[in-house]
Write a protein of this length. Sequence first.
Length: 500
Amino acid sequence: MTKTVHHWIGGRTVEGTSGNWGPVTDPATGAVTTRVALASAAEVDAAVAAAREAYASWGTSSLAQRTSVLFRYRALLDARRDDLAALITAEHGKVHSDALGEVARGLEIVELACGITTELKGELSTQVSNRVDVAAIRQPLGVVAGITPFNFPAMVPMWMFPLAIACGNTFVLKPSEKDPSAANLLAELAAEAGLPAGVLNVLHGDKVAVDALLEHPDVAAISFVGSTPIARHIHATASANGKRVQALGGAKNHMLVLPDADLDAAADAAVSAAYGSAGERCMAISAVVAVGAIGDDLVQRIRERAEKITIGPGTDPASEMGPLITKAHRDKVASYVTGAAAQGAEVVLDGTGHTVEGYEDGHWIGLSLLDRVPTDADAYRDEIFGPVLCVLRAETYEEGLAIVNASPFGNGTAVFTRDGGAARRFQMEVQAGMVGVNVPIPVPVGYHSFGGWKDSLFGDHHIYGRDGVHFYTRGKVVTTRWPDPADAPAGVDLGFPRNH
């Protein structure tokens, strides 16, 4: 029986009224298991109105009230980890352990939000002039919105709304319509924790809903994670409508392997970073740059490891990699592999023919490894978002660095070496927002901020961490002069000494 996912507005489930529905498939079987309501512009108005109404009281609520809700929320999320992970696996396809890891990384930001009191402390300068003090404070924006991708249906929303509501804002979440159920459970648990109705709303939809949020006069800010073309559109449109925007785009993350690197460690890292979560993550390593004579040896070690990865449904504990999100995406990823040889690459592993017995209609693809990939090949130029790893060759560190820095993307990057001096030089010279030294996926912990450079980020603020707090608040400076009580009019004596 097909399940139906509706909106969550004003603290309750609200049935979709647009008449438009989107299909949600189980990627392991290819079967449509769920239909999700797609919001009209009028339904967007209703969600924003609920958030605006809730802001009247939530925006002036005490920090103690907000954090007490968040502490209870954190406990509920912790208790329901498996339930959240099961929803992610059912609609996204990633293996259960990977889904649990996603929930854990989202919880980091909930924990950061629980400690929001110290992040919202202001500044005070006294006696800047005679009896004049200056204070700097931060205040919430109002109604803010988040538009999140399919690849992390729980984690990326949790990168946004916990901090936003901790800062005193109210939130409208528009998750991916490909895997919507996790977002609803997140909202239901927040209500169970005591979050007032309307503070967190979940609105399902497609471009109609997105454009309505970008143009809505009562939405003060937009957070977005997705592809670079959409991030550019989000940033331009929302900015033109006077909104604050953080729009995180796509990536082509490089791993530079120097001749002195531990090749076993580098090969392990390359396989886990390229093929984990089926490559459907913006921090995946999709290009390895092998420097010097180590290339052939490194490629062979990567191949040996990749051939041992078990691919199967995410519900099977033996599976290490699941299917891709949709058949259309699976076919697009496969096209980069089938066309690679004609564009000059050497196809070491071709996973395009992979199937899983008993799940023949699932969105399956195996691991692909391309060697000696030219920098003008489509497989190198585009963000594939699938389990395809490109290997490029460079003779020197300088040549390898130039390859990395020539990419239009600048999300994350890594260097593998035993040389501290080379690593330090790389971290200073590489043009990317997140750098790993012998760490393939350098996603920062919650109290630092996540974000790239160049075409991987549009807007000035990175997501979560201190940047996230600053994004969801705005500064105000208050200059105050009070008369001294000793200068009170004649006839009133408060007993202050008249010493000036």
